[in-house]
Design a protein around this ligand. Structure first.
Ligand code: UD1
Ligand code: PEP
Length: 431
C-alpha cells in the first residue's frame, strides 16, 4: 500500500509546470471517436482517470495509441462495440461522455452508470433530458444507461441546473444530428470551451461555448485534427495554494492566468501577492494569511474542485472564515481528516465555519476523494512534524507526479510503501 509522507513547515519556492487539464482531456478523448480519421491530441495528463478512459475507448474497437510527450492518437473508425460495462469505468465519472459520443455517431450506446468522486448525489437527469430532446429513447436498466435513436434531430434544450457534464454530453450527441441544437443555461467552464474548440477543429459547427447559450449546427462528418489541451486550472490552483499555505514564493507556469481569476482574487483578499505573467502566475506569501469568505459557483465563480484545498488554507488564516459549497451537497467529508491535524472547523449543512489555528500538527490521515487528498497534502506541507496520507488512488486520479512536483519546489515529501522507506524519509528530513 502506497502512502505519501510529508515533513511540513518548509516554505515552497521555485517554478512548477502545470499539465493539461484532466477534465478537458476526458471530454476531448471521448469526442475523438466521433471522427473516422486520426485525431492527435497533445498535453494529455498521465493520470489514472485518463488511462481508464483510454482503455474503455479502445474496448469499443477505436484505435488508441499513447505516443511520447503526453500525446495520444485516436481513430474512431473501428468502433464496433457500443457497450461499456461497469468494471471498465467504475472509478471514473467522465465515462458518461462515451454515451454522448457513441449515441451521436452510431445512434446507440450502453454505458454503465458513472462513478467518480463521492461528493454527494450526482444525478444525470439533465444528460438524459438532452438526449431525449434530440430524439433518443433512454432507459436505465441493471446499472446501465441505454440510449438509442433512429435519427437525432437538433432541439432547444434548457438545462435546469448548470452542468458541465450535461453540457459536454449534449454537445457530443448533437454534433452529427440533423439541424440546429441550442443548449441554454449551459456551463461555461474552460473545459467546455476546450471540447468545443477541439470539435470545431474537426469540422463541427459550435458557437457560443463559454457563454450560457451554445448553438450547434449539425454537420455530416468530422475529419482529422491535431489539438492541444488547455492547462489544468485545478492543478494550477492547488500549487498556488501550496505557495500560500507554506509562506512560499512559487511561479506556477504553463497556465492561462484568466482561468485562475477567482482563485487569485481570493488569495489577494487573504494578503497574498499575485503577479500575473503571460502564461504564469507568481504567488508570494510573506504575510500571515487573513481570513475570508468563499462560495463555490459555476465558472467564472470559485471552482468546487478547489474547495477542499482552499478550506485547508483558510484553516491557517487569522480569524474566522466561511466556506459555502453550493455545487455538491456532500463535499466536506474530508473535514474529519483535517481535524485530526488540528483544524478547527464546524460544518453546518453546506457551510463550513473555519476558525484559524496557529499551525496544523502532522498526523496519519486518509484521502476520501481526489481534491480532498490534495487538501490533505497542503495541510501536511504546512504542519508541524510528519503527516502520512493513505488512499492515494484518489489523488492519482487527477494529479500527475504530484510528489515530484512538490519536491522540485522544496517540499519534503515522498511516496513510500513500507516501514523501511518511512524510517529513511524521517532520518533524511529530520535535520
Ligand atoms: C469529469 C468532470 O469534468 N468532472 C467535473 C464536472 O462534474 P459533473 O459533470 O459531474 O458536474 P456537473 O457540473 O454536472 O454538476 C453540477 C451540479 O449539477 C447537478 N446535476 C448535474 C447533472 C445532472 O444531470 N443533474 C444534476 O442535478 C450535480 O448534482 C451538481 O450539483 O463538473 C464538476 C463541477 O464543476 C466538477 O466538480 C467535476 O470535477
Ligand atoms: C470531482 C472531480 O472529478 P469527477 O467529477 O471525475 O469525480 C474532480 O476532478 O475534482
Amino acid at each position: 500500500m502506497e502512502q505519501l509522507i510529508i515533513r511540513g513547515k518548509k516554505p515552497l519556492t521555485g517554478e512548477v509546470y502545470i499539465n493539461g487539464a484532466k477534465n478537458a482531456a476526458l471530454g476531448v478523448l471521448a469526442a475523438a471517436i466521433l471522427s473516422d480519421e486520426d485525431c492527435i491530441i497533445e498535453n494529455i495528463p498521465n493520470v489514472n482517470d485518463i488511462n481508464v478512459l483510454l482503455q474503455a475507448i479502445s474496448k469499443t474497437g477505436a484505435k488508441v495509441e499513447k505516443m511520447k510527450n503526453h500525446k495520444v492518437k485516436i481513430n474512431g473508425k473501428g468502433v464496433s462495440s457500443f457497450s461499456i460495462d461497469y468494471e471498465s469505468i467504475k472509478k471514473i465519472r467522465a465515462s458518461y461522455y462515451l454515451l454522448g459520443a457513441l449515441l451521436g455517431k452510431y445512434k446507440k450506446a450502453e454505458v454503465a452508470l458513472p462513478g467518480g468522486c463521492n461528493i454527494g448525489n450526482r444525478p444525470i437527469d439533465q444528460h438524459i433530458k438532452g438526449f431525449e430532446a434530440l430524439g433518443a429513447t433512454v432507459k436505465v436498466e441493471h446499472g446501465m444507461i441505454i440510449a438509442e435513436a433512429k435519427e437525432l434531430k437538433g432541439a432547444n434544450i434548457y438545462l435546469d441546473v448548470v452542468s458541465v457534464g450535461a453540457t459536454i454530453n449534449i454537445m457530443l450527441a448533437a454534433i452529427l444530428a440533423n439541424g440546429t441544437t441550442i443548449i441554454e443555461n449551459s456551463a461555461k467552464e474552460p473545459h467546455i470551451v476546450d471540447v468545443a474548440n477541439f470539435l470545431n477543429s474537426m469540422g463541427a459547427d459550435i458557437k457560443g461555448a463559454g457563454t450560457d447559450v451554445i448553438k450547434i449546427n449539425g454537420v455530416e462528418k468530422l475529419h482529422k485534427t491535431e489539438y492541444m489541451i488547455i492547462p489544468d486550472q485545478i492543478e494550477a490552483g492547488t500549487f498556488m495554494l501550496a505557495a500560500a499555505i507554506t509562506g512560499g514564493d512559487v511561479t506556477v507556469k504553463s497556465i492561462i492566468p484568466k482561468h485562475m481569476e477567482a482563485i487569485s482574487a481570493k488569495l489577494q483578499e487573504m494578503g497574498v501577492t499575485i503577479e500575473e505573467q503571460d502564461e504564469a502566475i507568481r504567488v508570494i506569501a510573506k504575510e500571515p494569511l487573513k481570513s475570508t469568505h468563499v462560495k463555490t459557483l459555476p465558472y467564472p465563480g470559485f471552482p468546487t474542485d478547489m474547495q477542499p484545498q482552499m478550506t485547508a488554507v483558510l484553516c491557517t488564516a487569522n480569524g474566522t472564515s466561511v466556506m459555502t459549497e453550493s455545487i455538491f451537497e456532500n463535499r466536506f467529508r474530508y473535514i474529519d481528516e483535517l481535524s485530526r491535524m488540528g483544524a478547527n472547523v464546524k460544518v453546518e449543512g453546506n457551510t463550513a465555519i473555519i476558525d484559524g489555528i496557529n499551525s496544523y500538527s502532522g498526523a496519519e490521515v486518509s484521502a476520501p476523494d481526489l481534491r480532498a487528498g490534495a487538501a490533505l497534502i497542503l495541510a501536511g506541507l504546512a504542519a508541524d512534524g510528519i503527516t502520512i496520507i493513505n488512499q492515494l488512488e484518489y489523488i492519482d486520479r487527477g494529479y500527475e507526479n504530484i510528489e515530484d512536483k512538490f519536491i522540485a519546489i522544496g517540499a519534503d515529501i515522498a511516496r513510500v510503501s513500507n516501514e523501511k522507506e518511512i524510517k529513511k524519509f524521517k532520518l533524511k528530513t529530520c535535520s
